[in-house]
Design a protein around this ligand. Structure first.
Ligand SMILES: Cc1ncc(COP(=O)(O)O)c(C=O)c1O
Length: 333
């Protein structure tokens, strides 16, 4: 897609929205054709099923302006399949791949003037909500639903400092069978634990490690790195299968790095921190790879290596950034 771009300025992450919103509705039998409406025109009744019973799921991905001025989404096909799995897990109607692809394209085309230049991008937030107006339907799925793709022009998002991450081995982020579902309630459930870690340890995030094995943080996957080597937890139902995680592992494999997807327990994590070249990072769409400087285990700070963003983190982050803006070719599987 090319465009007539205006001087759109990157905005604080997630606080400014594209003006045009593709919307489709499910009436209990079929999805309507998608149409583009003004973003602020979509409203919901106070009895809406998703507001009471959490029948809601979403996705988060980005589209990037390429060197030739066109806009390209980054691996939206993977996010689309993850959204369909989330909808199925929550007993919501599952939109077809074709409808979702069409609406992602519509969202980019309709908001093309709002796409910032790199390092900014257009964040895309497809959402599916159960819309039955029925507060008596606590134990029934919503028959009706709405699907829309909200957009948000965003700047490069890099955490302002090396992150402090507190390990919590007592509390899972969410119920184990729903960890890989991207629904709002999963985030709400983790908030209390994250708030407490912030208040008591000045932690930016919590690394959930149920049963003593590290999984992910409240909004990102977790990786241990050093030059030529990356370790992360193996996929399971209990945490989100990040598109960034998968992309980084594919890049690391293409560089012939040692790539380990295996369980890591908290004592191994502590030993890892003590290695002089150790790195740790949070992987997700927003920041790609955000360096973790300190890991708090059992109330004690452990500096990760030198406590700075190391070469392995920088290499993978730069590679992925270049691929996203079309400066480097890579064919993801
Ligand atoms: C809980 C959680 N884990 C992991 C991720 C990383 O996923 P992705 O790389 O697809 O953005 C996210 C971000 O969406 C997240 O919210």
């Amino acid at each position: 897609m090319s465009d007539n771009k205006t001087d759109a300025k990157p905005a604080p992450f997630g606080t400014v929205f594209g003006p045009h919103l593709p919307v489709a509705r499910f009436d209990g039998n079929t999805w309507s054709a998608a149409e583009v409406v003004p973003t602020e025109s979509l409203t919901f009744g106070v009895a809406t099923h998703s507001l009471h019973y959490g029948s809601e799921c979403f996705e988060g991905m980005k589209a990037h302006r390429q060197e030739d001025g066109s806009i390209r989404d980054f691996r939206a096909d993977v996010n689309i399949q993850r959204l369909r799995k989330s909808a199925e897990a929550l007993c919501l109607p599952v939109p077809s791949t074709e409808l979702l692809e069409e609406m992602v394209t519509m969202a980019i085309e309709a908001n093309v003037a709002a796409v910032p230049d790199p390092p900014g991008s257009l964040y895309l937030r497809p959402n599916i909500l159960g819309t039955d107006l029925n507060i008596g339907a606590a134990s029934r799925p919503s028959k009706s639903a709405v699907l829309y793709v909200l957009t948000s022009p965003v700047g490069a998002y890099l955490p302002p400092h090396m992150l402090r991450v507190k390990v919590d081995s007592d509390t899972p982020r969410t119920t184990p069978q729903f960890g890989r579902v991207k629904c709002g309630s999963n985030y709400a459930m983790a908030l209390g634990v994250i708030q407490k870690a912030a208040a008591e340890f000045n932690a930016d995030q919590v690394l959930f490690a149920p049963g003593g094995y590290i999984e992910e943080t409240g909004a990102a996957n977790f990786m241990l790195l050093e030059e030529g080597h990356i370790i992360t937890a193996p996929l399971s139902d209990s945490f989100l299968h990040g598109v960034t995680r998968d992309s980084l592992l594919q890049l690391a494999r293409s560089l012939d790095w040692k790539v380990e997807e295996r369980p890591v327990n908290v004592s191994e994590l502590q030993q890892w921190c003590a290695r002089p070249n150790a790195e740790a990072a949070l992987a997700g769409t927003a920041a790609i790879l955000g360096g973790v400087g300190t890991i708090i285990i059992g109330g004690e700070d452990h500096l990760v290596g030198a406590g700075e963003t190391g070469p392995a983190t920088k290499t993978l982050r730069n590679m992925l950034t270049e691929i996203q803006v079309g400066k480097r070719e890579f064919s993801f599987q």
